[in-house]
Design a protein around this ligand. Structure first.
Ligand SMILES: *[C@@H]1O[C@H](CO)[C@@H](O)[C@H](O)[C@H]1NC(C)=O
Ligand SMILES: *[C@@H]1O[C@H](CO)[C@@H](O)[C@H](O)[C@H]1NC(C)=O
Ligand SMILES: *[C@@H]1O[C@H](CO)[C@@H](O)[C@H](O)[C@H]1NC(C)=O
Ligand SMILES: *[C@@H]1O[C@H](CO)[C@@H](O)[C@H](O)[C@H]1NC(C)=O
Ligand SMILES: *[C@@H]1O[C@H](CO)[C@@H](O)[C@H](O)[C@H]1NC(C)=O
Ligand SMILES: [Fe+2]
Length: 446
């Protein structure tokens, strides 16, 4: 009798043990160059293999198959939830071509998605959507981004840190929900990221496992770079300066890598003239909160006490054109600035041959922490600011012309700010008097 009960129990147990092997949370990012794409997804249980089936969209045939692998991710929360994060690299993709694909294993396949590859040459005009600080609740801009992705507005989406609020919350279930939410955009255009402060739990493990960025930096998506059209984009972590409990070696490693990457990018400037950086916490801002950027000498700009590694001099010295930030839940565009001095360009048009990098902070996609306000008087350095929910569009037309505009989601998609940057030459900022610095220091930020 007892034996029978045990046998029945065992039978029920085996019968009811569900294996969650369906792929979910599919997303893509550019590989080491435009002929490669990383495809990532999650299964809750192990699958023996990780496949991407893909083919030319025009043929409606997934006749190619790429094989990757999965890593077991154990969240740091009390439940130690596990999941399997799959990554497959597609190689030898044809440039400027639409592919269809699905992902999975012999235990289950995803829906079919598609993406268009970038051109490998510099002579095209890539279009970006850019934002930071998008949560899983109150992700106000997401619906508009989904519609625009469907209408082929973008060649890449840049998410400048702070995801989900937070990916580790509720034993990483919030991360799962967020990754499912963005599948509708991130499975169709490369979704390029950098870490923010909301990713810091358990040494950024949810961030490092879930996203698969190019491997030319630290190899774990913390810092890396890539070329797209006439631009070289560098993504890095400002958070290594704030979570010192995870080690200060990363600050040194990242700084050394940034300098090497900038040297390389400058050698290639005839081909890819623009250099753009993206990272989470800005060097400057006019918000009324108590953040690094509201300090006179922000850590990101001038470095850590006793340790240094400030980034403003480095980026100025190597002629970075544009720096993109987030973290403040607002939008702010500055006049060309270096060392708290506005360095407007020629002909008194600030963005015609600007004398210093241009900073844009765009962290208002929408999250449960809502808006960040500004100090009442707009400071001398600020060209435009708004705390509407929204995001930035950026397009590099060619070697001399770049265009930026700000979409207000609160105002139903209205463009509330737009600007051109015009540069006949890129590289080290130079001045008529050979001083190596722009002149005309302005009063301190009130
Ligand atoms: C892209 O990178 C791979 C190595 O990662 C290399 O084999 C391939 O030739 C590169 N393709 C282009 C177009 O540069
Ligand atoms: C499948 O995943 C669930 C949830 O993580 C887990 O409880 C279960 O033990 C797993 N089953 C197997 C056979 O690994
Ligand atoms: C945190 O992660 C980084 C990068 O993976 C690693 O170098 C560092 O040693 C880790 N720190 C701790 C305290 O685990
Ligand atoms: C920079 O240009 C803007 C717009 O033309 C102007 O308001 C500002 O005063 C200029 N700043 C300097 C230092 O020339
Ligand atoms: C670059 O693009 C801008 C904007 O479309 C255009 O006005 C300009 O003529 C272009 N320059 C070159 C050299 O193609
Ligand atoms: Fe932040």
């Amino acid at each position: 009798m007892l034996f029978l009960l045990v046998a029945i129990n065992l039978f029920i147990y085996i019968e009811c043990q569900v294996l969650y092997q369906q792929p979910e949370q599919v997303h893509i990012s550019i590989g080491n160059n435009a002929s490669e794409m990383y495809v990532s997804w999650v299964t809750m249980n192990d699958t023996k293999n990780s496949f991407v089936q893909y083919g030319l969209y025009s043929l409606r045939d997934l006749n190619l198959k790429a094989v990757g692998s999965s890593s077991k991710f154990v969240d740091g929360g009390s439940q130690k939830r596990t999941m399997f994060i799959h990554r497959v690299k597609l190689t030898n993709l044809k440039a400027d071509t639409v592919y269809t694909y699905n992902v999975g294993s012999n235990s289950g396949w995803s829906d079919i998605f598609f993406f268009k590859t970038w051109r490998t040459d510099p002579n095209w005009s890539p279009r970006f959507a850019i934002y930071g600080d998008m949560g899983n609740s109150n992700a106000q801009s997401l619906a508009r981004l989904q519609q625009e992705t469907r209408k082929n507005f973008y060649d890449a989406i840049l998410h400048v840190g702070d995801f989900a609020y937070d990916m580790d919350s509720d034993n990483a279930r919030v991360g799962d929900q967020f990754m499912r939410q963005i599948e509708s955009i991130a499975a169709y255009v490369p979704y390029m990221t950098c870490p923010g402060n909301h990713e810091q739990a358990y040494n950024f493990s949810n961030y490092r496992f879930r996203f698969g960025m190019p491997r030319n930096g630290d190899g774990e998506s913390i810092y890396y770079s890539y070329d797209v059209g006439p631009v070289h984009i560098i993504s890095f972590s400002t958070e290594v300066y704030f979570y010192l409990q995870y080690g200060t070696q990363q600050i040194r490693n990242q700084f050394a890598w940034l300098e090497q990457d900038l040297i390389k990018a400058n050698k290639n400037r005839a081909e890819r003239p623009w250099i753009v950086t993206m990272a989470h916490r800005p060097m400057y801002c006019s918000n009324n909160d108590n953040d690094d950027c509201s300090k006179y000498e922000s850590i990101i700009r001038t470095g850590l006490p006793y340790l240094g590694y400030g980034l403003e001099d480095l980026f100025y010295q190597y002629g970075v054109d544009v720096m993109i930030w987030a973290h403040e839940h607002s939008y702010e565009r500055l006049w060309p600035i270096y060392d708290r001095t506005v360095c407007n360009g020629s002909l008194a048009q600030p963005y015609i041959e600007p004398g210093a990098p241009i900073h844009i902070t765009t962290g208002s996609a929408g999250c449960r922490e809502r808006h960040d306000g500004f100090i009442p008087i707009q400071p001398y350095m600020t060209a435009f600011r708004s705390d509407d929910y929204g995001y930035t569009r950026m397009q590099f037309f060619n070697s001399s012309h770049a265009y930026f505009e700000q979409v207000s989601d609160d105002k139903k998609g209205e463009i509330i700010d737009k600007t051109w940057i015009v540069k006949s030459k890129h590289g080290i900022y130079s001045y008529a008097d050979n001083s190596g610095k722009c002149k005309g220091s302005l009063p301190e930020n009130p």
